[in-house]
Write a protein that binds this ligand. Structure first.
Ligand SMILES: Nc1ncnc2c1ncn2[C@@H]1O[C@H](COP(=O)(O)OP(=O)(O)OP(=O)(O)O)[C@@H](O)[C@H]1O
Ligand SMILES: [Mg+2]
Length: 253
């Protein structure tokens, strides 16, 4: 099989790294995630989009073990991981950023990344892993800063670094670009693209359509808990159902 222009193996024969089947989550009378199925292949960047309350963050919680599924299944690297605890998922290679950034105000950037690296390493190796990870995302010079001193862009890069330091196979990023200007977001996207070119796989929740269009190989669209579309950016733009449900006229503004 020949690699495509991004260096990824092409064709549909590659085993998905993540397979979500019929995932369902109810909160009382509300079905926040309603029989959602989708797959992610290695070194793919999949964007998960949909209006506020569509169920995107809840779907991330079901995949990463932070909330139990009511129905359905999740498999990761061909292993059934349905309702595995978050720590177990992290050990298997799944990293997740949180929409509400939890800032440990008194930790330095280097300490925060070292703490993440301790999941797999003893202290000496974790310190080295933190050096290496901060260099990868371009935060080496900020290692001694405490998080509140960071710009929003650098905080987002720190979120990515904390994920990376756990040595994941798949990273779920929940609105990591939110609040950034386009040029700040571009700096974060550059890091994501480079990591992907080295084989990392991403699922990202984003609201800003130019960002989604520029980075996603594939887009999964949710609305009222259900998956309403799944396709390439070009296919999603053309999807009338998606346009009606989600984009309205914005797409052509
Ligand atoms: N723990 C919870 N208890 C009750 N309802 C919840 C809970 N978590 C989420 N919900 C509800 O489930 C629905 C989906 O929420 P979710 O946060 O997954 O949406 P989202 O697509 O991430 O939205 P946003 O774009 O605003 O982040 C919403 O109606 C929300 O109010
Ligand atoms: Mg959300």
């Amino acid at each position: 099989m020949s690699p495509d222009i991004n260096g990824r193996p092409s064709g549909g024969l590659i085993e998905p790294i993540l397979r979500v089947h019929g995932a369902t989550k109810r909160f009382g009378g509300l079905t926040a995630v309603d029989r959602v199925s989708f797959e992610v292949r290695p070194a793919e960047i999949v964007a998960l989009i949909g209006p506020n309350g569509a169920g995107k963050t809840t779907l991330f919680s079901l995949i990463s073990g932070f909330q139990p599924l009511d129905e359905g299944s999740v498999s990761f690297q061909a292993k059934d991981v349905t309702n595995f605890a978050p720590a177990r998922m992290a050990h298997l290679g799944l990293a997740r950023s949180f929409q509400i950034v939890q800032v440990f105000a008194d930790l330095t950037v280097h300490e925060a990344v070292t703490a993440a690296a301790l999941m797999r390493h003893s202290m000496g190796a974790a310190l080295r892993k933190a050096d290496e990870t901060l260099a990868l995302v371009g935060l080496s010079e900020k290692g001694a800063n405490v998080t509140p001193e960071l710009s929003l862009q650098d905080r987002k890069l720190l979120e990515v670094a904390k994920c990376l330091a756990t040595e994941p196979k798949l990273i779920l990023l929940d609105e990591v670009m939110a609040g950034l200007t386009m040029s700040e977001a571009e700096a974060v996207l550059k890091v994501v693209r480079r990591l992907r070119s080295e084989g990392m796989t991403f699922v990202l929740v984003e609201h800003v359509m130019p960002i989604v269009m520029s980075i996603a190989d594939r887009i999964v669209v949710m609305n009222f808990g259900q998956k309403i579309a799944d396709g390439s950016p070009a296919e999603i733009i053309e999807d009338r159902f998606v346009r009606d449900a989600y984009f309205g006229e914005d797409l052509h503004a």
